[in-house]
Design a protein around this ligand. Structure first.
Ligand code: NAD
Ligand code: TYD
Length: 362
């Protein structure tokens, strides 16, 4: 985009990564943000409460599938970029209700692209050249790796295995096609697993922190040897800002943390941190709470990202190490009991009961 001082339209800015992105964008003194978010179970407008009273921030509760609303927001606010986070994002839920993933991730992205194309076509030559549609995606579109396979690169063939990954792959293909066919200046980022503040506690790291704190079983799927590459969320946000500033239209950029860890090692590290920060006299170490449970169907064995392109071309690399980032994250959850209570609603408890009831302990 032309200047970071321009207005941007963010979708899904009340979710985990979106909230962190909007907060860091504003902290850095960049331009105004219009945040379009439906506030599904995963969205929480209160994440943005530090921005209360800030004239540069506008929250709109609405659906990315609502073409009329999206078109109206674009013509009213005249953004220089769209940063598209909104999605259904949890693999286990995509196994239970795949239709919602197709609707939000495929239909929703299509609607945004269509509205962006119409808006962009009406801009001046200079504004058309500077506009960016930044599509935020995942490493899961590439499928799964064996233990000694090379990491995914931008040219790895797509091979999504879960309904979540397939719906994100579909949205990536649409984004690509809008660049190639219509010239819409789309850039796509594919990132590895994020962790940090404001992550909804259905995902591995916050779920395990809270269960460990509360002395509940820690449900590790399968043999616990599945490997993920972990990136601290602030590093992802910094990468997105770099791509907005300097990414080339039509390109895709892989983003990763260079921190591959087996799930069981992540969970034991969390146990040790919670023991250290919330010691329980006389009680057994939290590692004893680890319970191996039935595996996720189609569970991808390993993800790893080759992020050398974004390092080489845009000068981005992760700043936070996994051990220090995990320590900060555990501390954040221990210090934000009110936030945790506010997101663990009845619907959340129903999901947890359903997901884990079906996975008898091994
Ligand atoms: P999240 O589930 O925490 O948040 C999603 C947000 O989108 C919520 O605020 C929700 O209310 C909103 N939303 C859902 N449907 C909507 C709709 N129809 N209209 C408007 N808003 C809607 O997700 P996240 O973990 O922050 O992920 C954000 C993006 O980053 C997603 O596109 C995801 O695929 C991608 N991503 C996530 C990770 C990760 O580890 N979390 C890694 C790589 C890429
Ligand atoms: P998750 O946080 O759901 O992210 P993703 O599936 O997108 O990688 O899960 C991370 C890893 O942790 C994945 O291999 C599944 C595993 N996992 C468990 O072992 N137990 C759990 O309760 C959850 C939610 C995940």
């Amino acid at each position: 985009m032309k200047h970071m001082s321009e207005t941007i339209l963010v979708t899904g800015g009340a979710g985990f990564i979106g909230s962190n992105f909007v907060l860091s964008w504003m902290r850095e003194g960049n331009g105004a943000v219009v945040n379009l978010d439906l506030l599904t179970y995963a969205g929480n407008a209160a994440n943005l409460s530090p921005l209360d009273g800030d004239q540069r921030y506008t929250f709109v509760r609405g659906d990315i599938c609502d073409a009329e609303l999206v078109g109206w927001l674009l013509s009213k606010h005249q953004p220089g970029a769209i940063v598209h986070f909104a999605a259904e994002s949890h693999v286990d839920r995509s196994i239970v209700s795949p239709g919602e993933f197709v609707r939000t991730n495929v239909q929703g992205t299509f609607t945004l692209l269509e509205q962006a194309r119409a808006y962009w076509a009406g801009q001046s030559d200079a504004d058309r050249a500077a506009f960016r549609f930044l599509h935020v995606s995942t490493d899961e579109v590439y499928g799964t790796l064996g233990p000694s396979d090379p990491a995914f690169s931008e040219t790895t063939a797509y091979a999504p295995n879960s309904p979540y990954a397939a719906s994100k792959a579909g949205s990536d293909h649409l984004a690509r096609a809008y660049f190639h066919t219509f010239g819409l200046p789309v850039v796509t980022t594919n990132c590895s697993n994020n962790y940090g503040p404001y992550q909804f506690p259905e995902k591995l790291i916050p779920l395990m922190i809270l269960n460990a704190l509360e002395g509940k079983p820690l449900p590790v799927y399968g043999d616990g040897q599945n490997v993920r590459d972990w990136l601290y969320v602030e590093d992802h946000c910094a990468a997105i800002r770099k791509v907005l500033e300097a990414g080339k239209p039509g390109e895709t950029y892989n983003i990763g943390g260079m921190s591959e860890r087996a799930n069981i090692d992540v969970v034991t590290a969390i146990c040790d941190l919670v023991d250290e920060m919330r010691p329980r006299s006389g009680a057994e170490p939290r590692r004893k709470l680890i319970t191996f449970v039935g595996d996720r169907p189609g569970h991808d064995r390993r993800y790893a990202m080759d992020a050398s392109k974004i390092a080489r071309e845009l000068g981005w690399k992760p700043e936070e190490g996994f051990e220090s980032g995990l320590r900060k994250t555990v501390r954040w959850y221990l210090e934000h009991g009110d936030w945790v209570d506010s997101v663990r609603t009845g619907a959340y408890r129903e999901w947890i009961a359903k997901n884990y009831a079906e996975r008898a302990a091994l």
